[in-house]
Ligand binder design. Sequence first.
Ligand SMILES: NC(=O)c1ccc[n+]([C@@H]2O[C@H](COP(=O)([O-])OP(=O)(O)OC[C@H]3O[C@@H](n4cnc5c(N)ncnc54)[C@H](O)[C@@H]3O)[C@@H](O)[C@H]2O)c1
Length: 441
Amino acid sequence: MRVGAGAIAAGAGAKVTLLEPTTLLATQTAAAGNPVRFASIGTGVRGCELLKASLRVPDVECVAVSDLWEGRLTAAQETLKKQVATTRNYKEILERKDVDAVIVAVTDHQHRRVVVDACNAGKDVYCEKPLSHTVEDGFAMVAAVQKNNRIMQVGSQRVSSILYEKAREIYSSGRLGQVCCIDAYWDRNSASGAWVYPIPPGVNDQNIDWTAFLTGAPSIPFDPVRFFRWRCFTDYGSGLGGDLFVHLISGIMFITGTNAVASRAQSTGGLFRWKDGRQFPDLIQTYYDYPNFRVAMRCNLNNDGGEFIGFYGTEGTMIIKDATLTFSPQNTLPEMESYSTKGWPEDLRKQYEADWEKEHPLPAPFALKLTERVETYVPPPGYNDTVDHEGNFFNAVRTRKLLVENEVFGNNAALGCHLANYSYFNKRPAIWDASARKITG
Ligand SMILES: NC(=O)c1ccc[n+]([C@@H]2O[C@H](COP(=O)([O-])OP(=O)(O)OC[C@H]3O[C@@H](n4cnc5c(N)ncnc54)[C@H](O)[C@@H]3O)[C@@H](O)[C@H]2O)c1
């Protein structure tokens, strides 16, 4: 089926709507001739993706990049298709007066250091998810942003996605009824999905600043596996929690309007297949207690299930499966109780049925069947939520308006990852003590 932008096509009892491209970028405050100048710190896989996306955001210009491996500095310039200032020492970038904002896409364990320094240097910050590597790191970054009156956005781009915006609209309309139960998973079944990235030939401690990489982590001899597959190791990454849970948690927080930390998380899982010396499991399943609903979340690196969030309400079900959103209403018409009356004497049962039918006249004959009321939404081809997310950030740099996925939101989402990991490693429920800002259990 082919449908134009915004079109609705009837088919097989359901309607499919191609969502309009976002208007967010179109509404950016025009700043012709005065672009936001930014620098990128950390130009690895994600850093380069962000640079590529920035080329589609109007009125922004990257003027410098920093990374610890020379190869990344080359890759960044190739992505930008131009030469910019390069340095291994991000502090040189922070000293530049012509840099308004920085994109921070360094390894998780370096987020705090770079973000706090950037805020203290007066830069606005787009920091990749998960905001923090530890509970303490998160609160230190929140304090630095607020003390310096900076704009911050954390990088779970689904928060700016038109698909998630539609889901938020449906959720807040009340059409789902009461939602007590949310399921979410993200499953992958490949070496790349399990972070077994190839080590580039020729890397050594001359072309990688290994000492800088280890800042804040135990000192060990040069190890390219740790540098390139850092997600597998607790000193630098947060495993599946920090890599994928955080996207699911941020999506759920955004759609439900819940800017809070789960009060309790209970995890199980294990390392079943990718036994390559990593310290994190390849399967983690966590139950979260949020104030108004419970969430069952899973990441499994041993099956290609894709990405899924399901909201199960008393009046409808809403599913996001990869890039498709579906809303299916539940049958909420009153129904005659016909189970327990099986054990009644016939005359009582017949009387009950007759009374019930009198009190509940049939619905209008033109009422649509449930299957005809299913709604499906998809983004247009080529849609990229990272472009919208960056667009929102740079727009806020100009307008100074608070962003949805600001430092508090990002910190709350990352705390969900830390709760999951705490429970997994300690084999007991993790309890969030909000007043002490601590995980206990
Ligand atoms: N939003 C998303 O969808 C998404 C996707 C992938 C990664 N990420 C996040 O982006 C961040 C980077 O992940 P990645 O996949 O790009 O990793 P990567 O290993 O490809 O790149 C990280 C880079 O950071 C650099 N770095 C580390 N400390 C530095 C410092 N002090 N100064 C300058 N550079 C430094 C390293 O040299 C490395 O090249 C992580 O926080 C990750 O969770 C987000």
